[in-house]
Design a protein around this ligand. Structure first.
Ligand code: CA
Length: 263
């Protein structure tokens, strides 16, 4: 501790004491006055330094918070939470890419209700909503009924691989030739024959090989996984803008779509 020789007040350092001399300015000699000014300047500089450091720390803190927020945003762009954001890239799609409503059908070619959907719902849906640019329609395999389901799905993926547009002809052709649910009617030969009858100009030998070697089994499994993620447990499962529409008859589907269109 140092004591002020003018008033007796105590200070913890020479610098503080010298700065305090300002109160006794009239009594100071020129040498002491210089020391007083220097001490005051030093104390001011230290104060400014402290302030700068505090600002810098605050900035770093803010940057860290912003960094975490940005990371969260980036992650949310790439990770999908819930059914609505499931990627449908690489799935057969009909309609305008920028259509406001997305309809997804999960189906098994051996399922009689899927045949019913294809014959009784799909044509009106196509005419009134898909072809008019209001709806884009995705087909995703959900092969789960047993022997033949996966083989038919594999065949349809093989056709899709060769010709994305003609896929829809083959899709219709399988339903047109659907056998009884209790029978094992799907075979590679039947699939190739249906493809030959419903499509044009494909490499049918390659198609035969694609089915035999189960080349597209990965796609079929991936489709099933998408279905599981979205909560599919039966076929057909029809989703409109990510929401399952249990009553997929045309009259109901139409009203759900109209609601999504804001009508
Ligand atoms: Ca698929």
């Amino acid at each position: 501790m140092v004591e002020c020789e003018y008033c007796g007040e105590e200070f913890s350092s020479d610098r503080e004491l010298q700065a305090h001399w300002e109160k006794h300015e009239d009594e100071l000699n020129s040498h002491e006055r210089e020391k007083m000014k220097k001490a005051k300047r030093k104390i001011e500089e230290e104060k400014e330094d402290k302030l700068e450091r505090r600002k810098s720390l605050a900035f770093k803190g803010l940057a860290a918070v912003l960094g975490i927020a940005l990371l969260g945003f980036v992650v949310s762009q790439f990770v999908s939470f819930g059914p609505a954001k499931t990627s449908l890239e690489g799935q057969p799609m009909l309609g305008n890419e920028s259509a406001p409503v997305t309809v997804i059908e999960f189906a098994d070619y051996r399922c009689p209700y899927c045949k019913m959907f294809e014959e009784q719902v799909f044509p009106s849906l196509k005419e009134n909503y898909i072809d008019t640019g209001k709806v884009k329609f995705y087909f995703v395999n959900y092969a789960f009924l047993g022997p033949g389901s996966t083989e038919a799905a594999i065949a349809s993926e093989c056709v899709y691989k060769q010709d994305k547009k003609q896929f829809w002809r083959f899709y219709r052709s399988i339903y047109e030739n659907q056998g009884p649910e209790s029978q094992r009617w799907v075979s590679k030969d039947l699939m190739v024959e249906l493809a030959k009858n419903s499509t044009e100009g494909l490499d049918y030998q390659q198609l035969d090989q694609c089915i035999s070697s189960q080349e597209t089994l990965g796609e079929v499994r991936q489709d099933k996984q998408i279905g599981r993620t979205m909560g599919v447990s039966s076929t057909p499962s029809v989703f409109v803008n990510g929401k399952l529409v249990k009553n997929w008859r045309y009259s109901n589907l139409k009203s759900v779509i109209e609601k999504e269109l804001g009508n």
